[in-house]
Write a protein that binds this ligand. Structure first.
Ligand code: ACM
Length: 491
């Protein structure tokens, strides 16, 4: 067991490539206590992150006390408790008490802000409007364009993403109504207190994923469109965002929002956080606005980091190697406008701090290095060795991390009409993949993968495990052949 490290006497000359080096933590889908957030700050500062973006509101909970709007935390901070897969959870049952959740008082926020500042971390608060606002609407239903019964969602299916390029829609209206003057009075109160509590210069107003299907039907929205000469619902959202910007600016803060705030015309002083790829960020910079890059394809650390056969299920995957390829500064844009980047940890499927750690590390190592070091210094082989060294540190610190770099990357394709060919790769060098098709658990006495494998005719499972120097290092992976056939596109 290591008991310490020797530090040679050296002079270090170093500086960050970007000033905004962030991690985003969603404390709405699951609430994390002040002590737990402090612990996350302790972890992030070891890797020179200097910004913690707290997602304080969403459909699953409102997490910040607003003294002038007490129902936000009396009602909005609490939901019925559910455990399972987000989107498949059951709705509140009649009379079921909403006891799961929590919120930060003003004193809590002050304590967190000070704790972060003492460690050179700014906290960016996000109040996500007009979409993702069910917790606010459950507290104050008059904020909606659609009269109805509202509840803080436990992760039930009230939004639908049909796929195939079709727009998502809500089964329940989770939006604050842009045509309702009460919405702006409400937001003025919220942002007054938020601006007083957080010294950071920016406030995030969300703006993402606003379902429009209820707006399409709303007489109030139609009247607003006529009055303000708004030609479509993008312009309705833009009207709302511009009014929110005026409120935020009036509190002495700059506004930042997700890249949907470009739709229908960007508010004059807004900064953009680009998540649907880089293109929103590029467009915003071309229009002269500040940008923070956090594209899903490189920086979404709520995604699975390895094969779905072994990772807790999420709808997409981001491997460490891909995260390390994140390049926040696109060609042809004014570098001064790209303030930096961040990795985002949405917590729909993150129920506790152990899993929060698992999802963050090692991918946040990749994001930290991308944001700190010069582009020329980037070297995957060297980085991945350092990642492994830091696994030892995390082990000693009792911080969980994903060992997914040790598990194979599996590609199944169709051969002829009925057989499946499996190609296996690894993210890092020096691993031997042992496999079986006979249902038994492979070890290092089993065959080593050398070239694509044709699945034997009647096989039921494929089992895989990686070894390094005759020691097991990966996790036992079990895939049914039915699953592989599905992946290969065989009916
Ligand atoms: C987002 O991921 N909806 C910003």
């Amino acid at each position: 067991m290591l008991s310490g490290w020797n530090i040679p006497s050296v002079t270090i000359e170093d500086h960050p490539r970007f000033g905004w080096r962030g991690l985003m933590l969603d404390v709405s889908r699951h609430f994390f206590t002040v002590a737990q957030v402090k612990d996350y700050i302790d972890q992030m500062v070891k890797y020179k992150f200097n910004l913690l973006h707290l997602g304080l509101t969403n459909d699953q909970g409102w997490r910040i006390q607003i003294k002038s709007l007490p129902k936000l935390t009396e009602v909005g901070a609490w939901r019925v408790e559910r455990t399972g897969t987000f989107g498949n959870l059951s709705k509140p049952q009649p009379g079921e008490p909403a006891t799961y959740g929590g919120f930060y008082t003003h004193e809590d926020i002050k304590e967190l802000v000070k704790y972060a500042a003492d460690r050179f971390v700014n906290i960016l608060p996000e109040i996500d409007v007009p979409g993702h606002s069910l917790a606010a609407i459950a507290s104050y239903p008059e904020l909606s364009c659609t009269p109805g019964e509202y509840y803080v969602s436990p992760g039930d299916r009230f939004m639908v993403w049909p796929g195939g390029g079709q727009h998502f829609y809500g089964l329940l209206d989770n939006t604050i109504c842009p045509a309702n003057e009460k919405a702006y009075e409400f937001l003025d109160k919220v942002f007054t207190e938020v601006a007083q509590l957080f010294p950071f210069g920016y406030i995030h107003m969300g703006g993402d994923e606003t379902a429009r299907n209820f707006w399409e039907k709303s007489e109030q929205i139609k009247a607003l469109m006529k009055k303000e000469n708004l030609k479509d619902l993008d312009e309705v959202q833009s009207y709302f965002v511009k009014r929110v910007e005026k409120i935020i600016n009036s509190k002495g803060k700059k506004m930042i929002g997700w890249d949907e705030i470009l739709d229908g015309g960007l508010a004059p002083n807004a900064a953009v956080m680009s998540w649907r790829g880089m293109k929103g960020g590029i467009e915003a910079a071309k229009q002269g606005h500040e940008v923070v890059m956090s594209p899903t394809d490189f920086a979404y650390i709520d995604y699975m980091q390895g094969d779905a056969a072994i990772e807790p299920p999420v709808y997409s995957t981001l491997r460490l190697k891909k995260a390390y390829q994140f390049e926040p500064l696109p060609e042809g844009v004014d570098a001064k406008l790209i303030k930096g980047g961040q990795a985002n940890l949405w917590t729909e499927q993150v129920y506790n701090t152990r899993h929060m750690q698992y999802m963050t590390w090692p991918r946040a190592f990749a994001i930290a290095e991308v944001l700190w070091s010069s582009k020329e210094k980037r070297n995957w082989e060297y980085f991945s060795k350092r990642v492994e060294n830091h696994f030892k540190r995390l082990d000693m610190a009792g911080v969980k991390y994903a060992p997914s770099i040790y598990d194979p990357i599996i590609t199944a394709t169709k051969k002829d009409t009925a057989s499946v060919v499996v190609k296996l790769e690894t993210e890092i060098e020096g691993l031997d993949i042992h496999y079986s098709f006979d249902n038994s658990f492979p070890d290092n006495f089993y065959p080593v993968y050398k070239e694509p494998l044709t699945v034997p005719r009647d096989a039921a499972t494929m089992k895989l495990i990686t070894y390094r120097n005759n020691e097991p290092i990966g996790r036992m992976m079990v895939l049914t052949i039915a699953e592989l056939r599905k992946r290969a596109g065989i009916k």
